[in-house]
Design a protein around this ligand. Sequence first.
Ligand SMILES: [Zn+2]
Length: 455
Amino acid sequence: MNIVHHGAKTGVTGSCHELIVGKNSLLIDCGLFQGKETRETLDIEFDINNIAALLLTHSHIDHIGRLPWLLAAGFAGPIYATEATAALVPLMLEDGLKIQLGLNSKQCQKALALIHQRIRPVPYDCWAQIVLPTGELIKIRFRPAGHILGSAYIEIQLPTNEIVVFSGDLGPKDTPLLTDPIAPTIAHTLVIESTYGDKPQHQFKQRQQVLKQIIERSLQDGGAIIIPAFSVGRTQELLFDLENIISEADVDPDESSKRIWQSLPVILDSPLAQKVTEQYRYFHELWAKEAKQRRYMGRHPLAFDQCITIDNHADHLELVNRLQHSGEPAIIVAASGMCSGGRVVNYLKALLADKRTDVIFAGYQAQGTTGRALVDGEKVIKIDDQVIDVAAQIHQLSGYSAHAAQQDLVSFVADIEQGPKVIKVVHGDLEAQTALAKELRKVKPEAEIIVAASE
Ligand SMILES: [Zn+2]
């Protein structure tokens, strides 16, 4: 057995790992390189003749984005994923291919039709069998990773009975919407992500309270509150918290708080986020206990009365125009999360110069994005050749990360009862990989720990 990293060996995008078993191999994820890691060509540069199957950990574009190129290169095997990931992959790809890669509709539809034919949804916690051309059997099992809907780490049992685990992206513990990842019992070899391998624990407990305070303060002078959010994961977490704030305000003895929240529209203006939210609602069986309880109580955590969705572009433009002229209070949740595209851009262009506007960032803002410029406090910014004097208030909110921080990653490994003998740390910058490896040595002193970025 051997593992080759075709992506995310260093850095956090382009995830693609090949598990070679004798003459055959399995591919784990086939993601797009993004941001500063973007490559000149999307073509698959490795030999795919012996790849028996592709396994997908989750539907983020940096884990699935090169799938159309894998198919174009001639990959003809099955694609295994959890049921929710299988439902999200076409949505995420369609959006990613059109927006980031500029494919036309026909090319998109062709790739999506092929994926539809090949994808094999497997429920969580059930073993599925892959028969290699040699007749040997490999068993695979998807386990909840708590990162986004459908996300999984994958246990792979080789013909030798050896178990190799690929973590995919692991989510943090104690978030209310998705279940926590539970460590595997046995792993002989573990390939683990380290995105936040050097970061302290996130503050999830206070995030709803902080969100509420920022919004209440922002509403004092009226105006719109813009929350740029990624379509999958963060949008749903935000809606979930907003519904809870509204629900709690309903029984709040403080009449002023009640008044503020009862009439405040929450506008979800992102077609992709809307479709993804529908999938989150459909797969409610995968929710964590707290979210399920709210649902059983008759509440609709992701589709509440005050949540208004905007479908077509004309309605979107009309709303931007209306808010610009009326200054009426409203919360707008729109993609993209870093303001580098998507409908949020039109809101920013129309409303950033208005001092009543508030922008709440709930996620990391990469260098070079409009989001980063705003978070850095730049007072004059340029969007699509339009120069804007920023008068809006800019806020940053923590606690909405979809990635496990160092302590959660370490306890995931520490909780493995048997093994691992070998741990390969991937999917992180060198500093993050090194910091995580150092901590892992403390909990698994007997394991050989490899920092992929320095290999
Ligand atoms: Zn991810």
